[in-house]
Design a protein around this ligand. Structure first.
Ligand SMILES: *[C@@H]1O[C@H](CO)[C@@H](O)[C@H](O)[C@H]1NC(C)=O
Length: 127
């Protein structure tokens, strides 16, 4: 019985901690690119986001992926292919080089990955 009470106490402590320390989920709002943005292939451009109110701990890595017509472009949605990866989300911006193997179109978007993925509006990439 005493052992049962001991484990019950441990279980209670563990569950209280689980409630007291929720996992931070931070979805920073993308500022640029927006719907008026035009990127030129080969150009170095900034991706910027709202870095106010970050969580105390950022639990996941960071990446910028590229999509077309709201569909991830596989080549630019994987480690080694992201437009940028493993940068500091707290700085609020990261410079990326616009790929040169794209077609000119006005339906590109980026996904900024932190704890969760946040997608930009569609914007234009031209050559
Ligand atoms: C990106 O933003 C940073 C901070 O404002 C600035 O120092 C840098 O020159 C910008 N880079 C480009 C390519 O605009």
């Amino acid at each position: 019985m005493r052992l049962t009470a001991f484990f019950a106490t441990i279980a209670a402590i563990v569950s209280v901690n689980a409630i007291a320390v929720p996992r931070d989920v931070w979805v920073p709002r993308i500022i640029s690119p927006d719907s008026t943005t035009v990127w030129t292939m080969g150009q170095t451009v900034n991706v910027t986001w709202d870095n106010s109110n970050p969580p105390a701990v950022i639990t996941k890595g960071s990446a910028v992926a590229l999509n077309k017509a709201d569909i991830p472009i596989p080549k630019y949605n994987q480690p080694g292919g992201f437009l940028a990866e493993d940068f500091d989300l707290l700085t609020g911006f990261v410079e990326v080089t616009v790929p040169t193997d794209l077609e000119s179109a006005d339906d590109y978007s980026i996904t900024l990955f932190g704890d969760s993925g946040n997608r930009s509006p569609m914007f234009t990439i031209t050559n």
